[in-house]
Design a protein around this ligand. Structure first.
Ligand code: NAD
Ligand code: MG
Length: 398
């Protein structure tokens, strides 16, 4: 094997980003190798992926599925492990070059921290990690001299705009948002929407949690916080603009007023590939953008009164400490409840706001504080949902 091949550990290989990462690896066998793949509970897909990519390690988080995976791969030279602890331990393996974090939610935090401490570069899709503990994680990355390479398309866009601009100050960044399936809708309309409506994103096919976050604009809120930490910005240097076509993936404005944008058709494989190949670009045959097909690229202000989650995320960013961690945990519970038809679309913002006022504030949290805040907020939010008065969504079928 050539020494130039980068060994990639994919945390969450069975998800939307994970499967697209494997496609990028498959297209570039001389550059990348899937060294480790992990999944939560989709044993069938994890086994298929292991048989195709022959990674050194396969980890299934759900220990009840271990025997099934182990048995199916027993004829192959693959180490099969199970459990979340195994993921946390194995990301430090000396042969791994890049850990691509494509698991969803708070679960990404501890494996990412362990990988950074072991000196691994991080290709970061799991934005929740930076939302929850951005200061801690970026501080560790600096200390251990590792790169955090953004996979999120907006952050990859900014990262690409900044190439060659290392010594120039950023005046502000402009994060673009598609606006999601409910762009332009009123609060009245939103009070009646179901999970099926919310799961239909106009431009991107993604995992369920981020799709709901996109519909509620919480995804943009999480991305504002992610951008703050990735690029060392203040909250007032981050603008959000709705751009329904999702062609401009985000922009940077420098101190001379010049704005750089990164553009292309919406395809997550491009930011995934750039994170893995950075600082190089790699030739591919992804579909190319043609201006003639898009005579109207449009822009509008986000509606913060209707989509309150974005406002709450900005508030959390300004209040600092464990407040973004509270917002993230409350949002994870609220989204799970909405996906389960246990709560309405607008209730999600109420749940988050209540958690922000009721959970203990910590100004300078350490890792243990984040773990406690996350746990406490989840329990509180779950109880809140149980006590909420019956609304229209209760009439829907479960
Ligand atoms: P997904 O739900 O499709 O996949 C999640 C993956 O993580 C699966 O492999 C699942 O098995 C694994 N997983 C889930 N919970 C886990 C747990 N508790 N422990 C271990 N593994 C677990 O999600 P996705 O859409 O691929 O998103 C993954 C991350 O990337 C999220 O943080 C999301 O915000 C971010 N992201 C996704 C996209 C996208 O286009 N899908 C774009 C930008 C950022
Ligand atoms: Mg994004």
């Amino acid at each position: 094997m050539s020494n130039n091949i980068k060994n990639i550990a994919i945390l969450g290989s069975t998800g939307s980003i994970g499967t697209q990462t494997l496609e990028v690896i498959k297209d570039n066998p001389s550059l990348f190798r899937a060294f480790m793949i992990t999944g939560h509970s989709n044993a069938y897909l994890l086994i298929q992926q292991a048989m195709e990519f022959l990674p050194e390690y396969v980890i299934i988080c759900d220990e009840a599925k271990y025997a099934e995976v182990k048995e199916a791969l027993s004829h192959l030279p693959i180490n099969v492990l199970a459990g979340y602890q195994a993921i946390k331990d194995m990301v430090t393996h000396p042969e791994i070059h890049i850990v691509l974090t494509a698991m969803v939610g708070f679960a990404g935090l501890e494996p990412t921290i362990n990988a950074i401490k072991a000196g691994k570069d991080i290709a970061l899709a799991n934005k929740e990690t930076l939302v929850v503990a951005g200061e801690l994680v970026t501080g560790l990355a600096k200390q251990h001299n590792v790169k955090i390479l953004p996979v999120d398309s907006e952050h990859s866009a900014i990262f690409q705009c900044l190439a060659g601009e290392e010594h120039n100050k950023i005046e502000k960044i402009i994060l673009t948002a598609s606006g999601g399936p409910f762009r332009g809708k009123t609060t009245d309309f939103l009070s009646t929407v179901t999970r099926e409506h919310a799961l239909k994103h106009p431009n991107w096919v993604m995992g369920a949690k981020i799709t709901i976050d996109s519909a509620s604009l919480m995804n943009k809120g999480l991305e504002v916080i992610e951008a703050k930490w990735l690029f060392g910005l203040e909250a007032d240097q981050i603008d959000v603009i709705v751009h329904p076509q999702s062609i401009i993936h985000s922009m940077v404005q420098f101190e001379d007023g010049s704005i750089k944008a990164q553009m292309g058709l919406p395809d997550m494989k491009l930011p995934i590939q750039y994170a893995l190949s950075y600082p190089n670009r790699v030739k591919n045959n992804f579909k190319r953008f043609d201006f003639v097909n898009y005579p109207n690229l449009s822009f509008e202000k986000p509606d913060l009164d209707t989509f309150r989650n974005l406002k709450l995320a900005f508030e959390a960013l300004n209040r600092k400490g464990n407040m973004p961690c509270i917002v993230n945990a409350a949002n994870e519970i609220a989204v799970a409840a909405f996906l389960n038809n246990d709560t309405g679309f607008l209730d999600m913002s109420d749940i988050i706001e209540t958690c922000m006022t009721k959970i203990g504030y910590i100004e300078q949290p350490k890792l243990g504080d984040y773990l406690n805040t996350d746990k406490e907020t989840r329990i509180f939010a779950q109880n809140l949902i149980k006590q909420m008065p019956l609304k229209a969504y209760d009439l829907k079928e479960k």
